[in-house]
Design a protein around this ligand. Structure first.
Ligand code: HEC
Length: 155
């Protein structure tokens, strides 16, 4: 009789143990799910518009006058740290139009301090570039738009 009661207790303990680990499993299953939810902006960088004054940019056919003015601004204010087609102190803008949204690029130019603190892509870049921060060159939105047009010509 004593033996039966003992067995009964053991099986109860096992059952409650099993139940416990099951609920642990289901709660750990929720962690990856909530991570997936925060991923889309990183999964497709083109959907990330960055943080700053620019919320929407429409690109028409290439405007050569804007390109020429943008190139002058870029050569004056950006080439201390950027080379058009080679990695330097900062990344090369060549090909940038296919890896970042136009809004993100303009926000990075106009609002780099907040971008490197809060934007997931810019935060990673800062680490990748040895914590040398992108400099705010105090461009106007108009000037940044011209530089963006120039970037469209860099493959
Ligand atoms: C003092 C150096 C410095 C200057 C000047 C500078 N940048 Fe940067 N830039 C960086 C660094 C370093 C990064 C990489 C991100 C970081 O570390 O913050 C960067 C990143 C960028 C990015 C993101 C590149 C990518 O591949 O996503 C853009 C766009 C950019 N800079 C544009 C400009 C423009 C336009 C100018 C001129 C108006 C300029 N930068 C001037 C240092 C500089």
């Amino acid at each position: 009789m004593k033996y039966t009661v003992f067995l009964f207790c053991v099986s109860l303990t096992i059952a409650s143990c099993g139940g416990g680990s099951e609920s642990q499993e289901s709660s750990s299953n929720q962690t990856p799910q909530s991570m997936v939810q925060s991923e889309p902006a990183e999964a497709d960088p083109m959907l990330n518009k960055g943080i700053g004054p620019i919320t929407s940019v429409t690109l028409g056919p290439l405007d050569q006058a804007l390109v020429d003015e943008g190139k002058v601004i870029y050569e004056e204010l950006c080439t201390a740290c950027h080379k058009p087609t080679e990695k330097f102190i900062g990344p090369a803008p060549a090909g940038i139009m296919s890896r970042r949204s136009p809004e993100w690029i303009m926000n990075m130019i106009l609002n780099p301090e907040q971008m490197v603190k809060e934007d997931p892509i810019a935060k990673k870049l800062l680490v990748e570039y040895n914590m040398a921060p992108m400099a705010n060159q105090n461009l106007t939105e108009d000037q940044a738009r011209k530089v963006l047009e120039y970037f469209r010509t860099l493959e």
